[in-house]
Design a protein around this ligand. Structure first.
Ligand SMILES: C[S@@+](CC[C@H](N)C(=O)[O-])C[C@H]1O[C@@H](n2cnc3c(N)ncnc32)[C@H](O)[C@@H]1O
Length: 487
C-alpha cells in the first residue's frame, strides 16, 4: 500500500482550488460541503463556479494564480486545464510543504481524493492509488447498491450509545460480540427502516439480551427472487442474499440468482427432487424454523414475488406464530417480468383499465368468476395455466369473451431460454401444444398483447420472430406468431 488513508477535519480551514471549469467547481463543492473556507482562483470561472460563489460559500479571485495565494493554506487542489499552471502550483505547494492534488496528474500530487460514499456519519473512501479512477467509481456504485440507504442511522445509534455500552461492557471482546449480534438483529433492521429507535434508558436491557448465552433466534427473510434474470433482483434482495447463512429455495429460483449469494452459504433445495420427493409446506416450514432456531441468518428465496401465488403468506404466519420475526422482500412477479421482456403492458390507455392475476392450477374444475373475467377492457394473466388453458379459453368464450381476443404465452420469461408465442383465445390450447410450452409459463389474454415485441418486429430484445402459417384445426389461429430463445 503506497498511500496512507485518512479522513481530515477541514472545518473553517483555508483551502485553495486553482481552475475555473467543472472539475474545479466539483472539488470546490466537496470542500465547501465539509466546512472548509474555500478560495478559487481562475481568470475565467465558468457558470458552475458562479453558482457556488452566489451562494456565498466560495471566494472567487478572477485573475492568474500567484505564489502568495497558497502560503497560508491547508491544502490545494488544482484543475486548471493548463499543464504549465498545474506544474507551477504543484511545485510551489510542495516547496511550502502544503498537500497538493492535481486532478488526473498523479506525478504532480502528493495526496489523492478518493471516490466517496457518504451515508453520514458513515463515510467510505475508495482509491486505486491513481491507477484507475474509473474503476474506483465503478466499485463505488457497486458498494452504493449494496448499502442500505439508511445505514448512517445505525452509525448514529452506535455513536449516541457507545459510551454507555463501553461502561456496561468494559471487556473489548464482549463489546465486539455485542455489536456483531446487534447489527444482525431484527431491532437493527427496524432502526434501519426508520420504524424503531431506543433511548438511553433501554440500553442496559439491550446489552443483556444481546450478550445472553442463549442462542439468538434470528429473523427469517422471505425474499422474492424475481422471474429469472438475476439483474431483476431488488437491492434489498441482494443484500439479504449476501448476508444469508442458509438459503432455502425451490425449483423456480434460477441458478443465476443463487449465484448472487455468498459462496459459503448452505443451500437447501425444497423443490421436487430427482427422486420425485415433493416437500410438503409443513416440511418447509419446519426447516425454516429449525434453521432460525439454530441462530442462522435464513433467506427463504421464492421465484417472482413471495406474496403472489407463492405461499409466502403461509410461511410468514407459521414463523410469526412460533415467535420468529419475518421480513418480506418483494420481488418482480412473473407477469410483470414477462410483460417487460416481451413488450406487453398489463394496462394500456383505451385498451385495458384493469388487470387480474389468476391461477389456472386447481383440483378439478376451476371455480372462478368467469363472467367478470370475460369482461372487455381488461387483461388477464394466468399463472400455472398451461395444463388448463383449453378449459380456461372455453369458459371465457362461453361467458362472452370474443374467441379472436389476442393471447400470449411466455415460458421462462426474462431468462436466456425465454419462449414467447402469440395467437388468439380460440387457438390457445393448440398454440401451447404446437409450441411445446411447459412450466413455468404464463398466459396473457387481452388486447394489450397487440403491443408486444412480436407485433413490432421484436425491437430491442433480439427475439427471433417467425410467422407460423399452418396450424391445422378450426381453433388454430392462422396468424400465430412465435419467438424463440433470447440472445
Ligand atoms: C407457484 S407460481 C409462483 C409465482 C411467483 N411467486 C411470481 O410472483 O411470479 C409458479 C408460476 O409462476 C409463473 N412463472 C414463474 N416464473 C416464470 C417465468 N420466468 N416465466 C413465466 N412464468 C413464470 C408460472 O405460471 C409458474 O407456473
Amino acid at each position: 500500500m503506497k498511500y496512507f488513508p485518512m479522513f481530515v477535519d477541514l472545518v473553517d480551514r483555508p483551502c485553495v482550488v486553482v481552475g475555473g471549469g467543472n472539475a474545479a467547481a466539483a472539488k470546490a463543492r466537496r470542500l465547501i460541503e465539509v466546512g472548509a473556507r474555500v478560495t478559487l482562483i481562475s481568470e475565467s470561472p465558468n457558470e458552475e463556479v458562479g453558482l457556488l460563489a452566489n451562494q456565498d460559500a466560495l471566494t472567487v479571485r478572477r485573475r492568474a494564480f500567484k505564489e502568495d495565494d497558497i502560503k497560508e493554506t491547508t491544502l490545494v487542489i488544482v484543475a486548471s486545464g493548463n499543464a504549465d499552471v498545474d506544474q507551477e502550483v504543484s511545485r510551489i505547494a510542495r516547496a511550502f510543504g502544503i498537500p497538493v492534488n492535481v486532478v488526473d496528474q498523479l506525478n504532480l500530487s502528493n495526496f489523492l481524493v478518493p471516490a466517496m460514499i457518504d451515508r453520514h456519519p458513515l463515510q467510505i473512501g475508495i482509491s486505486s492509488g491513481g491507477a484507475a479512477p474509473s474503476l474506483s467509481s465503478r466499485i463505488r456504485h457497486q458498494i452504493e447498491m449494496l448499502l442500505p440507504s439508511r445505514i448512517g442511522t445505525l452509525a448514529e445509534f452506535a455513536r449516541d450509545h457507545r459510551i454507555k455500552i463501553n461502561q456496561l461492557l468494559p471487556n473489548s471482546s464482549s463489546r465486539r460480540s455485542f455489536w456483531g449480534e446487534f447489527f444482525d438483529s431484527a431491532l437493527a433492521q427496524r432502526i434501519l427502516a426508520g420504524i424503531d429507535s431506543l433511548n438511553g434508558a433501554e440500553i442496559p436491557d439491550l446489552v443483556k439480551k444481546m450478550t445472553s448465552s442463549k442462542r439468538v433466534l434470528r429473523e427469517v427473510a422471505i425474499v422474492g427472487a424475481g422471474p429469472g434474470d438475476p439483474d431483476l433482483l431488488t437491492i434489498r434482495a441482494l443484500q439479504k442474499l449476501q448476508a444469508a447463512d442458509v438459503i432455502v429455495y425451490d425449483r423456480l429460483v434460477a441458478p443465476a440468482v443463487l449465484d448472487r449469494s455468498r459462496r459459503d452459504a448452505k443451500r437447501i433445495f425444497v423443490g421436487k427432487s430427482s427422486g420425485g420427493h415433493v416437500f410438503a409446506q409443513d416440511e418447509i416450514n419446519q426447516i425454516l424454523l429449525r434453521e432460525a432456531r439454530n441462530g442462522q441468518r435464513v433467506v427463504r428465496l421464492k421465484g417472482g414475488d413471495p406474496f403472489i401465488f407463492g405461499r409466502g403468506g403461509e410461511e410468514r404466519s407459521f414463523l410469526l406464530s412460533h415467535g420468529v420475526s419475518v421480513i418480506v422482500v418483494p420481488g418482480i412477479t412473473a407477469a410483470l417480468g414477462c410483460g417487460a421482456a416481451t413488450g406487453i403492458p398489463m394496462t394500456h390507455r383505451d385498451v385495458a383499465q384493469a388487470v387480474t392475476f389468476i391461477t389456472g392450477h386447481g383440483e378439478g374444475e376451476l371455480s372462478l368468476d368467469w363472467a367478470s373475467l370475460a369482461r372487455t377492457q381488461h387483461s388477464l394473466v394466468i399463472y400455472m395455466g398451461v395444463g388448463s388453458a383449453g378449459v380456461i379459453a372455453a369458459r371465457l368464450i362461453e361467458h362472452g369473451m370474443n374467441g379472436g381476443t389476442q393471447v400470449a404465452v411466455i415460458e421462462n420469461g426474462t431468462a436466456p431460454n425465454q419462449k414467447f408465442v402469440t395467437g388468439n383465445l380460440r387457438g390457445l390450447a393448440v398454440l401451447i401444444k404446437r409450441y411445446e410450452i411447459s412450466a413455468p409459463a404464463i398466459i396473457v389474454i387481452g388486447d394489450v398483447v397487440k403491443q408486444s415485441n412480436l407485433q413490432f418486429g421484436s425491437v430491442g430484445l433480439g427475439l427471433k420472430t417467425e410467422t407460423q402459417a399452418l396450424l391445422d384445426t378450426a381453433y388454430c389461429p392462422k396468424e400465430a406468431k412465435v419467438s424463440g430463445s433470447r440472445g
